[in-house]
Design a protein around this ligand. Structure first.
Ligand code: PLP
Length: 465
């Protein structure tokens, strides 16, 4: 077999990719025609592709490369761990040092009595764990009828059968028989798109009240848990109104319902604290973690579980659940080293005191652009609502996502990774981004917005619905 390397012509790599590699969340045939961009290297916030382009990664991969690309310490740790103990399981009365050390560190970092870690290989798997864990908890408590989990439309909790069911993504539910039974969805706290004439605060309370209404409709004795992302990521970086989370917390407490914070994106510094729950004053019983836990250097996720649930489930015989790679020693060692880097290099302070304030000012200034309705930034999670009419928060007449996709294509051409979700543009750069790199990001974003705007005007698409 011929060796396939970075040095092959791009077209050949693309042809092999099209012939043999099925991409996630992708129309395969369409991509095969266009050809996928081949990424060859990463350093800090910069990616290089097979054509030699230098790209600013405004998305930290998929919201995960928090410490930036190319940190050799992580590779060193992985190599050392592979040499020493490449794999062992944690099922049958065994454990190993990387799993112990990482769980101990996570328990130290997590707030309150979140002191126990159940490992998974990804965020999706961790949310599958959560479904089984909260139902098992209520079984042991003698309330097996408490099995329904309430989640939100346009939430994202992964792509397994469980994760995809917890998520509220209509295009996902349309394929493969989702959602599985026992999961119901309420509306999201998306004020810009759905708030109508309400103030943000009123709308936050109204959307939180939907949780109470749903609990009463189902019967509180049937509801096991509520799950939500502190900030919806894949749904379009939707920051809830300030009134929302305190009211959700109050309602869960009132009806004795478990609260799961899906921190897969918001964990490990993204919002300027270790966890998004701290930024929003949420006190969850379980946190889902993945992505930034290892900065994407190794696949690992997990559930951080409070004392009460861990002790109740642990005290009732076997919990019949686990993954071959739960607590994988190499992934655990890499994650632990990643947490050391975040902590010792003061990366969260950098987000709070340097990168966020610097980017926030420039991001907000994009609101002077004719198609930018609102530019928001929490920590290093940003969104732009594109609109043809700011005063009315109007949608475009074209099919949702048309304008977003056209804008993303301009970003792509200008060597900036900025994603679109519908007609919202989103960023989540590596947490180590420097002011001069933020300048490049903003310059490329503005250029892309200008080009997109000019194209929409020329094609008669800058029109409100
Ligand atoms: C990415 C993501 C997941 C799924 O994680 P995977 O590692 O892709 O399985 C779950 N929840 C949230 C909030 C995410 O952003």
């Amino acid at each position: 077999m011929n060796k396939i390397t970075n040095h092959m012509p791009t077209a050949e790599l693309q042809a092999l990719d099209a012939a043999h590699h099925m991409h996630p969340f992708t129309a395969g045939a369409e991509l095969a025609k266009k050809g996928a961009r081949v990424i060859t290297q990463g350093k800090g916030v910069w990616l290089t592709d097979s054509e030699g382009n230098r790209i600013v990664d405004g998305m930290a991969g998929l919201w995960c490369v928090n410490v930036g690309y190319g940190r050799h310490e992580l590779g060193e740790v992985a190599k050392r761990q592979m040499d020493e103990l490449c794999y062992y399981n944690t099922f049958f009365q065994t454990t190993h040092v990387p799993a112990i050390a990482l769980a101990t560190k996570i328990a130290e970092l997590a707030p309150g009595d979140l002191n126990h870690v159940f490992y998974a290989g990804s965020g999706s798997e961790a949310n599958d764990t959560n479904i089984r864990l909260v139902r098992r908890y209520w079984d042991v408590k003698g309330q097996p009828e408490r099995h329904i989990i309430i989640s939100r439309k346009n939430g994202y909790h992964g792509s397994t059968m469980g994760g995809g069911s917890l998520g509220g993504m209509t295009p996902m539910h349309q394929q493969g028989g989702l959602p599985i039974p026992g999961i119901v969805h309420i509306n999201q706290p998306y004020w810009w798109g759905e708030g109508g004439d309400m103030t943000e605060d009123e709308f936050g309370l109204a959307r939180a009240k939907e949780l109470e209404d749903k609990i009463l409709e189902l019967g509180p004795e049937k509801v096991a848990a509520f799950i939500g992302e502190p900030i919806q990521g894949a749904g379009g970086v939707i920051v809830p109104p300030a009134t929302y989370w305190p009211e959700i917390q109050r309602i869960c407490q009132k009806y004795g319902i478990l609260l799961i914070a899906d921190e897969v994106i918001t964990g490990f510094g993204r919002t300027g604290n270790w966890f998004g729950s701290q930024t929003f004053g949420i006190r969850p019983h379980i946190m889902t973690i993945a992505k930034g836990l290892s900065s994407g250097y190794a696949p690992i996720g997990g559930s951080i579980v409070c004392d009460e649930i861990a002790e109740t489930v642990g005290g009732a015989g076997d919990f019949n659940h686990g993954y071959t790679y739960s607590g994988h020693p190499v992934a655990s060692a890499v994650a632990l080293e990643n947490l050391r880097i975040i902590e010792e290099e003061g990366i969260i302070d950098h987000v709070r005191n340097v990168a966020h304030p610097y980017l926030a000012e420039r991001w907000k200034a994009l609101e002077d652009h004719p198609m930018v309705g609102e530019a928001k930034l929490v920590g290093l999670m940003g969104s732009i609502a594109l609109t043809p009419d700011k005063a009315r928060r109007a949608k475009f007449a074209s099919e949702a996502g048309t304008v977003g996709l056209r804008t993303r294509e301009r970003c792509f051409a200008n060597n900036l990774v900025m994603r679109h979700v519908g007609d919202r543009m989103i960023i989540a750069p590596p947490l180590v981004i420097k002011p001069e790199e933020i300048d490049v990001l903003i310059e490329r974003a503005r250029k892309s917005l200008d080009e997109s705007y000019a194209g929409l005007k020329a094609d008669g698409l800058f029109v409100a619905a």
